[in-house]
Design a protein around this ligand. Structure first.
Ligand code: HEC
Ligand code: HEC
Length: 404
């Protein structure tokens, strides 16, 4: 559907082809079917507008008097597709459950730091560590506030940590999250991980209070001690250290301009260098060897921090021959274990020292012969005629050696 959208937009804009330049990657834009020029510009995923429209997914940004207007959907290009139906008011209500920083959407209720402490220990610490301090491979929620600048102000993490070895504050609620109301929504809707939405609103307030207190957050100048009771009103008063750390401000008339300015200052706001998956060229120097931009940064660094929470094994791992399981043991497992793996079948059980000591008194040669020819309840070659005499000898040696 997306593709269709996009296609129709591309067709729709082909009239402007001469005026639209689509830069996807370093000068390679021919595959899009939109006319391109040979610009050397290398802004991956950024569309440059020469004239009337820009294309970005299914969204068209109208331009008026040479400036961007607010984003809007291109209603025309959706006409005639005739799929779906408008969501009903109730559907939107059910979906629109997040709590906004101004308190919109926060439910009634309250909870104390102390209650939150108990709940956290019982339901969260197993993954997030004692006091939310991490260490178990799951996100660390607290403890970043120990990282302070020379004025004693908590250092916050504004940008992605891109380069290895780049010192940056720990990423915790106190150092990274801009709004405390998000914490409420997130916990209520997503945690505890294995059974989300199991907490009452009061409990969520309590746990939110506890996490904020562990991050040494003050509300309206008041420290959050054990007795502190958090409710909707107080939650909206929380100002997290990273409150203003997120750029750009996308709201209001200046939003689009802010976004542009934000992405223009790559080194500061996005990180160093240009994202690159493979065949990365070093664009750090201009033709004269002068440093113009931080060197190319490979996207793998961005991903290096992910610790998958749970392993979902979809397939059995391929069998690897480690050399630890001998040939004799393998053949034993498939042809003999059924009877010799337990003592209930009347066969001398592998591992039963006494039984095998008594069997082996006859001497290896005789015992192997019996296994080949069969004896008593023992069928010839254990019933597997495909095994050679030498195989049987190998297996019998394994059985006897495993029973010493
Ligand atoms: C079974 C392990 C587990 C338990 C128990 C658990 N969590 Fe989580 N939690 C996770 C994982 C995994 C993530 C990361 C999820 C993701 O990024 O999609 C996470 C993320 C979070 C985050 C966001 C952290 C961040 O900075 O991105 C918060 C806050 C959080 N959990 C709070 C809680 C609270 C509160 C509880 C107890 C009510 C809880 N968790 C119980 C595994 C757990
Ligand atoms: C269907 C069950 C069964 C299977 C399969 C089986 N065994 Fe046996 N095995 C027996 C029983 C029962 C005895 C005890 C025979 C007796 O009491 O004389 C026995 C005895 C033996 C003995 C001792 C012979 C002796 O001299 O007393 C050896 C050695 C042996 N089996 C090897 C093997 C090997 C090797 C395989 C696989 C290739 C195998 N068995 C598969 C049932 C089985």
């Amino acid at each position: 559907m997306f593709k269709l959208d996009r296609k129709s937009i591309l067709i729709g804009t082909s009239a402007f082809a001469a005026s639209v330049v689509l830069l996807s990657g370093c000068g390679d834009s021919t595959s899009t079917g939109v006319a391109s020029n040979t610009s050397k510009s290398c802004e991956i995923g950024v569309y440059k507008i020469i004239d009337k429209h820009a294309i970005d997914g299914g969204v068209i940004y109208a331009r008026q008097n040479g400036v961007y207007t607010d984003y809007r959907y291109n209603q025309q290009s959706m006409k005639g597709l005739n799929y779906g139906r408008p969501a009903t008011a109730n559907e939107i209500k059910a979906w629109n459950v997040d709590a906004l920083p101004d308190g919109t959407g926060l439910p009634k209720g309250q909870g104390s730091v102390e209650e939150g402490d108990e709940l956290f220990e019982a339901q969260c610490a197993s993954c997030h560590g004692d006091f939310g301090g991490g260490g178990k491979g799951y996100p660390q929620l607290t403890g970043g506030n120990q990282d302070k600048d020379e004025n004693g102000i908590v250092k916050v993490l504004k940008n992605q940590r891109l380069l290895p070895g780049m010192a940056a504050p720990k990423r915790t609620v106190g150092t990274y999250w801009p709004k405390a109301t998000t914490l409420f929504t997130y916990i209520r809707d997503a945690m505890p991980y294995a059974h989300p939405k199991s907490l009452t609103d009061d409990q969520v307030y309590a746990i939110t209070a506890y996490i904020l207190s562990q991050n040494e957050i003050k509300i309206d100048g008041v420290e959050m001690d054990d007795e502190y009771v958090l409710n909707a009103k107080k939650l909206t008063q929380v100002v997290l250290p990273n409150n203003n750390g997120f750029y750009p401000d996308i709201d209001g008339a200046k939003g689009p301009a802010n976004v542009k300015a934000f992405f223009a200052d790559r080194a500061k706001n996005i990180g160093m260098g240009t994202r690159c998956m493979h065949d990365c060229k070093d664009i750090s120097k201009d033709g004269h060897g002068k440093m113009v931009a931080p060197s190319v940064f490979k996207i793998k660094y961005e991903m290096s921090d992910v610790v998958p929470p749970y392993a979902y094994a979809r397939d059995l791992p391929p069998e690897v021959d480690t050399g630890l399981v001998s040939k004799g043991e393998k053949m034993y497992n498939t042809s003999c274990k059924l009877c010799h793996g337990t003592d209930t079948m009347g066969a001398p059980m592998v591992g039963d020292k006494e039984a095998w000591a008594s069997v082996m008194q006859k001497g290896l040669h005789e015992v192997v012969h019996n296994a080949i020819a069969g004896t008593g309840g023992m069928p010839p070659k254990g019933g597997n005629a495909d095994l050679s005499d030498a195989d049987i000898k190998t297996i019998v040696e394994f059985m006897a050696n495993s029973s010493k």
